[in-house]
Design a protein around this ligand. Structure first.
Ligand code: XMP
Length: 511
């Protein structure tokens, strides 16, 4: 069964993924595709509606992306946002001009004329503007539907042709009725029925994977992270014991993590889950390694070695499961930027495993959808809402050489921090929070004795995508409890500091 879908054409604006997420939140599946998609491909894709995103260009720039006007004759409804709105006006013979001054921020706009797009939206409300050019005359057969004080055409459209343009950004939360406007476009203009739900997705995927796999063998590397956990659970529901999962216990996990993975997936769900005990091996390989990138390389290589050994024991498999998610798919098509940290992911596995095909059941999903899917599949909050943890885990949270003693101290300190954050009800607000073992020792006094022990740093950040981050303003009372508890309960830690640096200039992890 193919669900209804909307095509979001990407003109390079900063909110493009957000538009796609909003559409899906409104229960309509959509894909974000490059704006140069051909008319044939669009026809083949058969969307119920098309959305043009914003973008940084002016329609008059020599190299700005344009659109084949044939797109407007397909009989498919179109909504243009910001640059997309200007592009519709420009392509269909309206007029676009540079505004006297750029318009950024909240503006009040009024719907002067009723249309399917404005149903249920008050005549006057607040929207979010961010543009320099704007439409000054609409194409023939179109009507101006709304304006602001400085923007003569904030919304325009043609009910008959089902083509609309909005100058502001309905996808951002500052646009009060932005969601209502998008919903009107989807349901009143495109005639959506809203068939994109996680329940349907599970049913579709389970049936599809079952048919594809039949009675063949499937292998999956479980990292303990959300994506691989949800991918494995979905495939397990489809093929049961034909799936074997391997969890590499490298001894660098946070407290209780390996136990939790085994208890949820092997004991709880009855998965065929093998734990490869490799703590000693990783410690040996990491001895005397203190440079962060070197640690990542050693861990990445060893992870593959251990996984390969386990995979060989299982023998030939037909399919390998990977937890690739939609933002990875979109991002992988984009240009290269400087390598700040070489992330160790399971992406390098295919070359060492003898398999025929890859199953990527989360390829179409955004992170929040992966979480909803996990919940739909019955996974506990501790798995579904697990904060992101780097592949090399505690190894890059210990400055300098990784030793068993340092791991033990850090694990306990980190556990206390996590426990107190959860107790304070801050765990879903903060993107990542963890303890760091610095390679600095300071003098302290504990019970009349002089101590010379480690400084533990606490790091907690808020973020939406880990590209930028702010240090979290945790209440002093919580920090105080954490500091007291760590210095009292954890041996070899006599001083606690809180990291108050944003990213940039720092990164989230210390290494
Ligand atoms: P940074 O420290 O670069 O981190 O601000 C951004 C996000 O990436 C995670 N991170 C890693 N993830 N392998 C991973 O799988 C790594 O080597 C690695 N280093 C950083 C980090 O936890 C944050 O979420």
């Amino acid at each position: 069964m193919q669900h209804e879908r909307v095509l979001v054409l990407d003109f390079g604006g900063q909110y493009n993924q957000l538009i796609a997420r909003r559409v899906r939140d409104l229960k309509v599946y959509c894909d974000l595709k490059p704006c140069d998609m051909t008319i044939e491909k669009i026809r083949e894709y058969a969307p119920i509606g098309i959305i043009f995103t914003g973008g940084p260009n002016s329609v008059y720039d020599a190299d700005s992306p344009h659109i084949d006007r044939a797109i407007f004759s397909l009989g498919i409804p179109v909504l243009g946002i910001c640059y997309g709105c200007q592009l519709i006006a420009y392509t269909l013979g309206g007029k676009v001009e540079h505004a006297k001054a750029s318009e950024y921020g909240k503006r009040t706009f009024s719907f002067g004329e009723a249309s399917p797009l404005s149903e249920g939206i008050p005549e006057t409300s607040v929207c979010w503007m961010s543009h320099t050019d704007h439409v000054t005359a609409v194409p023939e057969g179109f009507r101006v539907l709304a304006s602001t004080e400085s923007c003569p055409v904030a919304v325009f459209g043609s009910e008959e042709r089902k083509i609309y343009g909005v100058q502001f950004h309905p996808e951002v939360v500052h646009s009060e009725y932005g969601n209502a406007l998008l919903k009107n476009f989807l349901y009143r203009v495109c005639g959506a029925s809203g068939d994109w739900t996680m329940k349907n997705y599970v049913a579709e995927q389970v049936a599809g994977i079952r048919e594809r796999v039949g009675n063949k063998k499937v292998l999956c590397a479980m990292s303990g992270g959300v994506d691989s956990a949800v991918a494995a659970t979905l495939v397990h529901r489809a093929v049961g014991d034909n799936l074997t999962c391997v969890f590499v216990d490298h001894g660098l996990h946070r407290k209780n993590e390996p136990e939790e993975v085994m208890s949820v997936f092997r004991d709880g769900l009855g998965m065929n889950l093998i734990k490869a005990d490799a703590q000693e091996l990783f410690l040996e390989k990491l001895a005397k390694v203190s440079e962060p990138e070197q640690k990542r390389k050693v861990i990445g290589a060893e992870f593959i070695n251990v996984f390969e050994k386990e995979a060989k024991k299982i023998g030939a498999v037909d399919f390998l499961v990977q937890g690739t998610i939609y933002p990875d798919v979109i991002e992988s098509g984009k240009g290269k930027s400087a390598v700040i940290k070489s992330h160790h992911n399971v992406g390098g596995l295919p070359s060492v495993v003898d398999f025929k095909e890859i199953i990527e059941p989360l390829r179409d999903l955004f992170k929040d959808e992966v979480r909803r899917l996990g919940t739909e599949l019955g996974l506990p909050d501790s798995v579904v809402w697990r904060q992101p943890c780097p592949g090399p885990a505690l190894a890059i949270r210990i400055m300098g050489e990784v030793t068993r003693e340092k791991l033990e101290t850090l694990r306990e300190a980190d556990f206390i921090f996590r426990e107190e954050i959860a107790k304070a009800g801050l765990d879903k607000e903060i993107w990542q929070y963890f303890a760091v073992m610095t390679d600095c020792r300071t003098v302290g006094v504990q019970g009349d004795f002089r101590t010379y022990e480690n400084v533990i740093a606490l790091r907690a950040v808020t973020s939406v995508d880990a590209m930028t981050a702010d240090w979290a303003h945790i209440p002093f009372a919580v920090l105080e409890t954490v500091s007291n508890r760590i210095t009292n309960e954890v041996p070899h830690a006599n001083r606690i500091v809180y990291d108050i640096t944003s990213k940039p200039p720092a990164t989230i992890e210390w290494e």
